[in-house]
Design a protein around this ligand. Structure first.
Ligand SMILES: [Zn+2]
Length: 304
């Protein structure tokens, strides 16, 4: 395993989530009442910003849940979600109404300029609020569920089932053959945009299995050796929290062909081509931005 020179955007924010103690509602209420407690407001998945930084406001009497005992946290009604401790103290997140006031920034646009801690807080809040929005009813029996564990669990009062926030694993791989790497192009992307191939893991698959299957399906290539590079929480997809698992896949031969379904084109890039694509100087190929793990995979391969 290689550790990237810089953490992938949204990864390694250093938050201490206190997953052992956040189940205790009394402890959580005490953190909310601490003088240094701060709260991040999210609106439709986007964070409140202040002067280019994440707006972490002191918990005030106007903040939801600050008078009296802490209400059930993490709900969709403005009650807080406990994110964890940063270097300063406890941090919570709340959701603003979609038409609420305030300065919010598109997370995709600002993420690359946030500190790792800020990006991690915003990603975590976005993924969790998105999960709550889609899991109001018990998948086991259909009854409405309630929020517990400071926003990190939903429990069903009818059948007793507990439900935990989902993270969907996605493999993303840079296929390598000789001194070239393979990038693919989805027809819906902006002209010239190419990226590493990717796909969701299916039940019953290992990471290596999914990598081999996706490579075969999308490009016809056969993986012979799969190496892990790094991973990245990815909160920006429409369906919420994904984990991108970044891989290098050495392949048997270079007979690649786009499947014509997910990919409209695939092409091999020499190191010189790939370097130009990252730098934005390639005449035909634009690489993903630095905040995407595909960019970091290409960069790491160039530096090998
Ligand atoms: Zn149930």
């Amino acid at each position: 395993m290689n550790t990237p020179a810089a953490p992938n955007t949204f990864a390694s924010g250093g938050l201490d989530r206190r997953s052992d103690t956040r189940r205790d509602a009394t402890w959580v209420a005490a953190q909310w009442a601490r003088p240094g407690a701060r709260v991040l407001t999210m609106r439709a998945g986007d964070p409140a910003m202040d002067g280019g930084r994440l707006a972490l406001a002191p918990v005030s009497p106007a903040s939801p849940g600050s008078d009296g005992p802490l209400p059930l946290p993490g709900g969709r009604d403005g009650t807080p979600l406990f994110l964890g401790f940063d270097a300063t103290g406890p941090v919570f997140a709340v959701e603003a109404r979609e038409d609420g006031p305030g300065a919010f920034a598109d997370l995709r646009s600002v993420a690359g300029a946030l500190t790792p801690a800020e990006a991690s807080m915003a990603a975590t809040a976005r993924a969790l609020f998105g999960w709550h929005a889609r899991h109001g009813f018990c998948p086991n029996c259909g009854a409405p569920t309630g929020v517990t564990d400071a926003g990190w669990k939903r429990s069903c009062p009818s059948c007793g089932a507990d439900h935990f926030p989902r993270t969907d694993p996605v493999v993303i791989m840079l296929a390598l053959h000789g001194a070239r790497c393979l990038l693919g192009r989805n027809a819906s992307w902006p002209e010239g945009r190419y990226s590493a191939l990717a796909g969701f893991l299916e039940p019953g698959e290992s990471v290596e299995d999914a990598c081999a299957r996706e490579l075969k399906e999308e490009s016809g290539l056969t993986a012979v050796r799969v190496r892990y590079h790094s991973s990245q929480p990815w909160p920006l997809s429409p369906l919420g929290g994904q984990l991108m698992i970044g891989l290098f896949a050495e392949v048997e031969d270079d007979q690649a062909e786009a499947d014509g379904r997910e990919l409209s084109d695939v092409r091999w890039l020499t190191r010189r081509d790939a370097s130009a694509a990252l730098a934005g100087t390639h005449p035909e190929v634009t690489a993903p931005p630095a905040m995407a793990i595909a960019h970091q995979l290409i960069r790491a391969w160039l530096e090998e």
